[in-house]
Design a protein around this ligand. Structure first.
Ligand code: SAH
Ligand code: SF4
Ligand code: F3S
Length: 438
């Protein structure tokens, strides 16, 4: 048998890309590829790209530039571009980047084995279709092999919401849900491989309709999977937080008390211009209901500053909403013009205003996050230990609330959910002590 070929995948963007990268590696595993941690000795390099903001997309081209040397040194090296930039600009890439051998979109990567064969004959391959055949049916079972105790599992793809700033409906296509039995089968395979915590993924995961009971129905079905201890989901849209899902936060023990619920802006005028189809008030009401079901829930959000037309008052409204909600985690961005989206046609705000607003917003958010994190000191949490720390005898894991927790612990506890008392809070993590049960 010939030696395995080496595949290096670099992943940009969201968790859905992380999941796709794993699946692409598994698909190419059947072609005799093993993954490698460095591009230097690779036979194939795949860049799994993100198109969400201008800077994210630019990174791909600078990375390709850096790879010229590798290709010169090894003419047999194959270079592929996958993900959302591939979907949006695939044809351009094939035309303008002669060093790229293969371009594959997020909906067609189950065809990678055939594309790889074509590329080996010297051809160049482009596939950015939204095929009728079910990607997940073709991909089938998850590859056996060593893996950590947490895993992502994509259950829903695409978006029909068309927020005025966003490329996702164009790069990922219309909303599609995987059938619940397919998802449950994959969850069981992951659990057999040692996974204890699964994060269900979707661009609008709570619009999931592959189960009669929606996402809540799927969560309750997964609740019955023996050996699966924790369930999370991301990203959800405020308009799709239905009663059953809110209730599950209070009643399903395996569903973790953490929710990422982006609002983008606290100004109704801007929310309308963004085509978000919710108001600041309706968002806050949804949060009140979720917190009534699960009072200790840690809330996370996404914010965009400097959307076209955003006034000082609109921005102040966003700060007020943040004050009212109190986030334990948040992601915030300057608005980035995306070609082909409606907001790109509008008059743009100057860069210095965006920068100034982002700095103020992030200062407020970090203060809140620190406050929420500091309040954990003295509390007992459960930590799923995921890896060994840099200090001797130390393990690192995540609490129910997704805080990173360091603790001195027996390495035998790796991959297990362990009770821990939080003793200190530092910039980005908590320090804990394992509670030794009698
Ligand atoms: N489906 C999710 C988020 C998808 S994109 C949702 O609806 O919430 C992730 C985040 O990137 C968004 O929540 C938004 O805050 C940010 N984002 C998307 N497009 C952007 C743009 N053009 N400029 C800046 N940030 C953007
Ligand atoms: Fe983008 Fe809006 Fe869809 Fe989220 S809901 S993916 S922000 S269009
Ligand atoms: Fe980026 Fe595509 Fe995810 S644009 S954020 S990789 S869906």
């Amino acid at each position: 048998m010939s030696a395995p070929k080496k595949l290096f995948i670099k992943t940009y963007g969201c968790q859905m890309n992380v999941y796709d990268s794993e699946r692409m590696a598994e698909a190419l595993g059947g072609q005799g590829y093993e993954t490698t941690q460095t591009p230097d000795d690779a036979d194939m390099i795949l860049l799994n790209t993100c198109h969400i903001r201008e800077k994210a997309a630019e990174k791909v081209y600078s990375e390709l530039g850096r790879m010229k040397g590798l290709k010169a040194a090894n003419p047999d090296l194959k270079i592929g571009v996958a993900g959302c930039v591939a979907q949006a600009e695939g044809e351009e890439i094939i035309k303008r980047q002669p060093m790229v051998d293969l371009v594959v979109g997020p909906q067609s990567y189950h065809r990678l084995p055939a594309m790889e064969q074509a590329v080996q004959t010297g051809a160049r391959a482009l596939d950015t279709d939204f095929p009728e055949d079910d990607k997940f049916e073709t991909l089938k079972k998850r590859a056996k092999g060593k893996r950590g105790p947490t895993a992502f599992l994509t259950v829903q793809e695409g978006c029909d919401k068309f927020c005025a700033f966003c490329v996702v409906p164009y790069t990922r296509g219309a909303e599609v849900s995987r059938p619940a039995d397919q998802v449950i089968a994959e969850a069981r395979e992951l659990v057999e491989l040692g996974v204890k915590e699964i994060t269900l993924l979707g661009q609008n995961v709570n619009a999931y309709h592959g189960h009669d009971g929606g996402l809540a129905g799927l969560i309750w079905a997964l609740d019955k999977v023996d050996g699966l201890e924790r369930i999370r989901f991301t990203t959800s849209h405020p308009n799709d937080m239905d009663d059953a899902l809110i209730e599950a936060h209070g009643t399903c023990d395996k569903l973790m008390p953490y929710l990422h619920l982006p609002v983008q802006s606290g100004s109704d005028r801007i929310l309308k211009a963004m085509n978000r189809s919710h108001t600041a008030e309706s968002y806050v009401r949804v949060i009140e209901r979720i917190r009534a079901a699960r009072p200790d829930l840690l809330l996370s959000g996404d914010f965009i500053v400097g959307f076209p037309g955003e006034t000082d008052q609109d921005f102040e409204d966003t700060l007020s909403l943040i004050e009212a909600v109190e986030y334990g985690q948040a992601y915030s961005f300057k608005y980035s013009t995306r070609p082909g989206t409606p907001a790109a046609e509008k008059e743009q705000l100057p860069e210095d205003i965006k920068s100034e607003r982002l700095a103020r917003l992030q200062a407020l958010l970090s203060e809140q996050q620190r406050r929420v994190q500091d309040r954990m000191v003295g509390r007992d949490v459960k930590v799923l230990f995921e890896k060994v720390g840099r200090e001797k005898g130390q393990l690192i894991g995540k609490s129910e609330y997704l805080h990173a927790v360091f603790a001195e612990a027996d390495p035998a506890l790796l991959g297990q959910v362990v009770p821990v008392k939080i003793v200190a809070s530092s910039a980005n993590s908590l320090q804990g002590a394992v509670i030794n049960l009698p």
